[in-house]
Design a protein around this ligand. Structure first.
Ligand code: ADP
Ligand code: MG
Length: 260
């Protein structure tokens, strides 16, 4: 369970200051998928990186972020390492391209197990093969190199890496962006299954409301760094109050209309 209370983040460069988040409070419960939805620039990635303590040095953070009841804002790096990967893991935005081109997929998925779980190379790589199997790539994918995988396959490998240390909570930042529509649906199914089978919580960060409404119980809508609405996915069509949510819903309904 992650609880965010009055979180504000600004980026300072020279005299300019960019307010990326303003007083955001929300909770991300265990065991379910919560959507963080908003247009590009609304502050989604900033929120995710704040939870993990991975904001760049020019970022100023105020407010509280409770992970299992412990405030992680301002926590020392070595303390944060106790919960990164093991409690909360990230599938980063653009993760299809995040692999080192000269290392095998297996050695890269094994890396967090060696660093954060202290496993030896053989055991870490054995587990990496199991993880690659779990995400539908098959254990043989371990020997392949990033350029030998398609975008969807690389996204699966990124998920395998995020799952490596058995996190209780997954932060998935735009996990289907830049993939073909059919592949997006496959990745969505995979995420849903991983959350169910591993009894994890997940924050699904996306600008794609149809995706979020298909996967999430609750959807939090960000607009210009503010949380403007928290709504159950099932109430989206009728219950949306904020104009930003309504605009997103109108686009969704129009899309469904075009399909039927
Ligand atoms: N390192 C940074 N320095 C300055 N401004 C930034 C930085 N990262 C993000 N921003 C600004 O913060 C706002 C929110 O960005 P971001 O969290 O990436 O939004 P999203 O993920 O919703 O697209 C944007 O206006 C963006 O330009
Ligand atoms: Mg982003």
């Amino acid at each position: 369970m992650i609880e965010i209370e009055g979180l504000s983040v600004s980026y300072r460069s020279g005299k300019k200051e960019e307010q990326a988040l303003s007083g955001v409070s929300l909770s991300l419960p265990s065991g379910q998928i919560t959507g963080l939805v908003g247009e590009s620039g609304s502050g989604k990635t900033t929120l995710v990186m704040a939870i993990l303590g991975l904001l760049p040095p020019e970022a100023r953070v105020a407010g509280r972020i409770l992970v299992d009841g412990v405030d992680v804002v301002g926590m020392a790096e070595n303390e944060r390492d106790r919960f990164r990967w093991r409690r909360v893991a990230l599938v980063p935005q653009g993760s299809q391209n995040a692999f080192n081109p000269v290392l095998s997929i297996g050695s890269q998925v094994a890396e967090p197990l060696r660093v954060h779980r202290g496993l030896g190379r053989r055991e870490a790589e054995r587990r990496a093969r199991m993880l690659l199997d779990e995400v539908g790539l098959g254990s043989k994918a371990a020997e392949r190199f990033p350029h030998e995988l398609s975008g969807g396959q690389r996204q699966r490998a990124a998920l395998a890496m995020a799952l490596s240390c058995d996190p209780a909570f997954l932060l998935a930042d735009e996990p289907t962006t830049a993939l073909d529509v059919l592949i997006q649906a496959e990745i969505a199914d995979l995420l849903k299954r991983a959350v169910r089978e591993r009894k994890m919580g997940m924050a699904l960060v996306t600008h794609d409301l149809p995706l979020a409404s298909g996967l999430c119980e609750t959807i939090c809508v960000l607009d210009g760094g503010r949380l403007v609405e928290t709504i159950l996915a099932k109430d989206l069509a009728r219950g949306a109050k904020h104009p930003r949510t309504r605009a997103l819903v109108a686009a969704l309904l129009e899309m469904e209309g075009n399909l039927s």
